[in-house]
Design a protein around this ligand. Sequence first.
Ligand code: SF4
Length: 282
Amino acid sequence: MSQKLTTTDHSRDIAGLKYVYPVISRRAGGLSIGINFNTNNACNWRCIYCQVPDLVRGTAPEMDFQLLEQELRFFLKQVLEGDFYQQYQVPEQYQVIKDIAISGNGEPTSLKEFDRAIELIAQIATEMKVLPNSQFVLITNGSLMHQANVQAGLKIFNQYKGKVWFKLDSATDEGRKKINDSKHSTVKTIENLKIASRLCETSLQTCMLDFLSVKDAERERQAYIELLKNNKVKINRVMLYSLARESLQPEAKQLKKVDSSLMNIFADQLRNIGYQVSVTTQ
Ligand code: SF4
């Protein structure tokens, strides 16, 4: 029986595979092939807007490289030569592989053999001519950039024109504690951002929520502007977005989308200090 894959369906197991999952992305305008290293739903952070079911603290489990290779080859073949688009009733305008995204149910750089996994995915995707025609993206909270295996992985990633999307929801220690439930300091965040941007093209992904008091939210936005002004980090783009789907964390009921006019004002403030900014309001 055929299933329908829509732009609102982000289920990680829709294709019945362990590591590889398809998402039809309205933002990207086509198929995004996700790779999930955190099959145990473990992350070293606990963002209050996180949509991972049964999220636990921890790191990615050991990778079954043979299975990852089998799944990726099988899945790409299904898309490139098989009936994937028909089977999942993907609208014609979305029948194009836009990106391969290392993005899972937790922090992907916590995988012990992160560099080996990046190399394997890049080699298969290149051999099957998906790279460099599609984008190669790593979605990360950036907290483990100081680790040698992560840096080794990013060097390989850069050889395949990989792009890092680095999470920066707050530019203060208090804000990061509240929003990401992380003790990661701002000083450390800046250091890690510098490491990422030195090794790969890096963009910031920033989730804006209606959660803090008006005064705290204003203080957060000012701190963010100051951070970007005072630190000479090469940032390709700042991507502002708000809640796309309901959080699966206990704070869910307290969270609301931030007003789009506020997002646009903030975007203009960042543009005024020289950054390229995109705003996604849905
Ligand atoms: S970093 Fe990502 S996976 Fe981890 S808690 Fe935050 S939103 Fe969830």
